[in-house]
Design a binder for this molecule. Structure first.
Ligand SMILES: Cc1cc2nc3c(=O)[nH]c(=O)nc-3n(C[C@H](O)[C@H](O)[C@H](O)COP(=O)(O)OP(=O)(O)OC[C@H]3O[C@@H](n4cnc5c(N)ncnc54)[C@H](O)[C@@H]3O)c2cc1C
Length: 305
């Protein structure tokens, strides 16, 4: 990896940080440069520094939808999980949240404030920024239905934040235009339905969480569903139908509990997970002629699946 000039100390930059510690799959090699900013101004300064050094920069949230190469990542990786905080208005239903705010705790706070619309989000272990990028969703709900707008910055002009409305984000199933543009989400504005019974919302939220934890392998490192559902089929059913539950390569295993999850049973590498993904795709294509596309974002891996 190439080396850049020593950075200014206040940016909190570190070298060679193991990204396995920042992904829920617990795999991923070292980041050439790594930082966890404490505020938006520091995030903007980090992007400015990377730009001045000619380094690629990327922002990650909770790393719950990432497959990061064992070789690690060149350039600057910024984890924004410290950029938390949200203001909820119980009468208008308006929520302003920082991108690093965990979406499950936002869902619980909204329920306690009598705001309905995020009950589905309680079991998704990501951040507000990641939810906006991925159009995260579950149990019939999704981000696109409740998000009004995001404030973003372009790493080429980090000092000029601007807003993008819901309509301009081109939301679709697990998709937004943010997946194809190098924009960094700073904050998100949600509009929920006010005036609901907090006790009933909290009950519904807890029931949603329970139904997920009892049918999905939440105790093992994973990235949730690996494949997008090839409508009208369910990826998990296709995989299970071929008897692939339990199939493993090294420490990577098709979960015996939910076939659309690949779990790290201990010591898995990104390469093993990647090969298992390819093997599942090959078998489903061979048996059904259906191409499974990954929902997880691959960073630093050469082939595309
Ligand atoms: C056990 C488990 C269950 C899951 N269940 C679901 C589910 O039911 N539904 C669902 O939709 N997903 C699910 N997921 C996947 C994942 O939690 C979601 O995709 C989540 O929205 C990702 O958020 P994150 O903060 O972890 O993003 P990351 O994984 O860190 O990043 C995902 C992408 O977003 C980008 N990104 C993140 N933050 C920013 C930002 N601030 N600005 C710009 N780009 C950014 C990253 O660069 C990357 O391209 C599950 C994952 C696990 C581990």
């Amino acid at each position: 990896m190439s080396s850049a000039a020593p950075p200014p100390a206040p940016l909190g930059l570190r070298r060679g940080v193991a990204l396995a510690d920042y992904t829920t799959w617990r795999v991923g090699g070292p980041a050439q440069w790594f930082a966890e900013p404490d505020c938006s101004a520091q995030l903007q300064a980090l992007l400015q520094w990377a730009r001045a050094e000619g380094l690629a920069a990327r922002v990650i949230g909770a790393g719950s939808n990432l497959l990061v190469s064992d070789a690690g990542l060149e350039g600057l990786t910024i984890c924004n999980r410290h950029l938390q905080g949200a203001a909820l208005d119980g009468s208008s239903g308006l929520i302003e949240a920082h991108a690093g705010e965990p979406i499950p705790s936002l869902a619980r706070r909204a329920a306690r404030a009598g705001l309905s619309g995020l009950e589905w989000a309680v079991g998704i272990p990501g951040t507000v920024g990641g939810a906006a990028v991925m159009n995260a969703g579950a149990q019939g709900g999704c981000t696109a239905e409740v998000l009004e707008s995001v404030t973003v910055i372009d790493p080429q002009r980090p000092d000029q934040p601007f807003q993008i409305s819901n309509q301009e984000l081109n939301f679709a199933y697990r998709h937004s235009r943010l997946q194809h543009e190098e924009l960094v989400v700073l904050t998100a504005r949600f509009r929920l339905e006010a005036g609901h019974d907090p006790a009933e919302l909290s009950r519904r939220t807890s029931a949603n969480l329970h139904s997920r934890t009892s049918t999905q392998p939440y105790q093992q490192p994973s990235c949730g569903s690996v494949f997008r559902n090839p409508e009208p089929h369910k990826a998990g059913q296709l995989i299970e139908g071929l008897g692939l539950k339990g199939l493993n390569i090294g420490g990577a295993q098709v979960s015996p509990i939910h076939a659309n999850f690949i779990v790290n049973t201990g010591g898995a590498t990104a390469s093993e997970i990647d090969h298992l993904i390819a093997q599942v795709q090959q078998q489903v294509r061979g048996a059904h002629g259906i191409s499974l596309h990954t929902e997880v974002k691959r960073l630093g891996l050469s082939s595309t699946t």
